[in-house]
Design a binder for this molecule. Sequence first.
Ligand code: ZN
Length: 237
Amino acid sequence: MEWKLELIRSCFNEEDADAILSIPLSLHRSKDRMIWAKTPCGKYTVKSAYRLAYEENRDGGKADCSNPSARKKVWKGLWRMNLPQKVKHFAWKACRDILASKEALRQRHIAVEGGCVLCGDSMENIIHILWFCAHAKEVWASSKFTFPFNIGPNCSFLHVMEKLQRHQESQPGLTERFVSVCWGIWKERNVVRTSGMGKPGRITLKNSLGLMDEYQMAEGPRKPAAVIPETIRWKPP
Ligand SMILES: [Zn+2]
């Protein structure tokens, strides 16, 4: 079974179509069904929705990260990045761990076969695809970027973003370059999944940084946040 590529491309915008096409189809021809990701059984309960709303409200984002104020900073920094909207959306989804890697789909009770699309490793989660996969390693090796911290197999994308933003001043632009390259690797993974044809890592790198450069040249440098004048409150005489 395969996705109807042309039909999906004609019905959805590029980003949504890519997201749909990145979902591997089950080999068992099981019926489509709706799944609620916040309960182990996949069924919606008011209690789980209440918990989700409470956590979102409390943390301003994903609930299982250690420091709520640091996390708020990540969201703020993420949406302020001087990158195309679709790349920022990708980063947001990666932070929320809602990109359709095989591991993420399994956690949502969707039956998917096999391991990593690119290297065959048994664990295809987002940090594997973007960092530990053979293809990702090839891309990063050709980038010559130096990261001021280690990325371990148990790191989440959110955690990496948090660390990158902490080093923003000493390494300006590294977060944007990192996110752009990750986006390129994710795109490449989806191309290989649908067409089976892959590009060398250095081409993935060149294309993703090229897109970033082109965007930033057209947009100009990111303006500093506007200073909001202090509100003068009326006081009784
Ligand atoms: Zn892999």
